[in-house]
Ligand binder design. Structure first.
Ligand code: M6P
Ligand code: ZN
Length: 189
């Protein structure tokens, strides 16, 4: 295997820009059908707001490396009373975890296991969330500015979206009386 050399990669904590970067994925409301409990509200907001961006993922991945990293930028917004969030996934490799370090904004990281455990971790600037192997994870922007975080992961981890895409997660994060609240997901009862 050829030798890899150390590098400096700039990460902008305000915009989430990564430079240089090797990939950029954009998820708009129109890409997220079925994700939110109120599907008619999602469709209505998609057309009313001109299919807005919900989140961006910008990554830096080097051929031959064991780790890669990047940023995720989740916009501030809601569908009905449910905050903008990522799709959520297990890793294809159940023995590999991940770390999220928040740069900007305020979020909630929602996690669960296939055995039915459910946990949350606060996402605020200056804190990192440890995601152990075997825990599905979804990040949710509960603030009024973009949520920007940097993530670090094995290149072998992979994404397994199927279980979460089918039935959602055990909990949802919604606004109640102006504040975020973690509630049961009725579709999983
Ligand atoms: C994090 C990482 C990425 C992931 C992104 C969006 O930044 O875990 O690997 O792609 O969140 O999450 P999802 O793919 O579940 O929509
Ligand atoms: Zn992950």
């Amino acid at each position: 295997m050829s030798v890899l050399f150390p590098e400096e990669i700039a990460v902008d904590p305000v915009s989430g820009a990564v430079s240089p970067s090797t990939g950029h994925h954009v998820r708009r409301l129109g890409d997220l059908g079925g994700l939110f409990l109120d599907e008619p509200a999602r469709a209505a907001e998609q057309s009313a707001l001109g299919d807005p961006i919900v989140y961006d993922v910008i990554e830096y991945k080097k051929d031959g490396a064991d780790l890669f990293f990047g940023t995720t930028i989740i916009q501030s917004g809601k569908v009905g009373d449910e905050y903008y969030m990522t799709r959520g996934h297990y890793h294809a490799r159940a023995d590999l975890g991940e770390v999220y370090c928040t740069q900007r904004g305020h979020g909630i990281l929602l996690l669960e296991t296939r055995d039915g455990l459910s946990e949350t971790v606060r996402m605020v600037p200056g804190s990192c969330a440890f995601i152990p192997p075997g825990w599905a994870h979804r990040s949710i922007n509960v603030g009024d500015e973009p949520l920007v975080f940097t993530w670090f992961c094995s290149v072998e981890a992979g994404h397994d979206y199927a279980a979460i895409a089918e039935r959602g997660m055990l909990k949802r994060v919604v606004e109640r009386d102006g504040a975020p609240r973690v509630v049961d997901n009725d579709l999983r009862r």
